[in-house]
Write a protein that binds this ligand. Sequence first.
Ligand code: PEP
Ligand code: MN
Length: 341
Amino acid sequence: MILVLKSDITPVEVKRLEEKLAWMGLHAVPSQEEGRYVLTIVHGTDKQVQAEQFIQLPGVDQVLPLTQKYKLTSSEVKKQRTVIQIGNQSIGADHQVMVMAGPCAVESEEQMDITAKHVASAGATVLRGGAFKPRTSPYDFQGLGEIGLRYMQVVAKKYGLLTISEVMSIDQIDVTASHIDILQIGARNMQNFNLLKAMGETQKPILLKRGLSATYHELLLAAEYILSTGNSQVILCERGIRTFEPYTRNTLDIAAVPVLQSLSHLPVVVDPSHGVGIRQFVPALACASVAAGAHGIIVEVHPNPEQALSDGPQSLTLPQFSDMMVSLQAMAGALNKSIAK
Ligand code: PEP
Ligand code: MN
């Protein structure tokens, strides 16, 4: 249930109404929609309170049904798109595309410096790099840990970039948040509910990747865990799903972009690198993602993919990244959008 409050209601009256609802066994989360106060009832909806009872409460103007289980994440509750401010950049506005680029894993300061310099000059605004790596095999490179985060922070500052890096467990949140601008939850952790709740308590933007075989509703409910714990700065990420097709690493689900944007007000980005797993096909899918309306692209780039310690086959070379940026700019331009600078 969504309660749209009267336009002249005061904050004190809103508080009183929340208390009244709590007394009725209902927990409501306040927000503002086009200048109007809105209360979204998130707990206690099993109580059989009828719409007529709500409309009689002081200050309530309209009562709207909430049909989805994901409530705070839903476009039913918030019609305007969420635009997340990250340093001097923002993501979520329909006319802009944010490009995040860098290696799968941070390997050395030199590797990060070369990559950051190149992607910044080609037009990316966010440097990606994993310091805690979720590898399929325990014998594969597991990441440099905190020293890797420090390398990212140093080179990102040097070239004026923001940073994004994955957090795999609750104990990695604080250290990652102290060096990095955007925290990533990987596909394998999309339904690690304790991690989601703990991430909800940070005040950093979070990029939440779709699980390997998660439905849209499962992804949105995972986002709901973060929003319901107090952090509404969530970016949804389509990164390919498991299908019967073995040729590519995953199957990139382009439909996820417009569908998630219609179901939710949160920004949607696409990771074509994990989506296809083969570098040759990454630029075409990045362009398709922009064409479908993605608010951003996160892509793997390595100065020497043949020597990469993780995901070399899907990492673009530096010149390939530059070429892809030219195509993305043209695609964005054709849609009256621009690549965020
Ligand atoms: C990554 O971004 O390097 C990564 C491990 O992604 P995903 O969680 O989508 O597999
Ligand atoms: Mn990777």
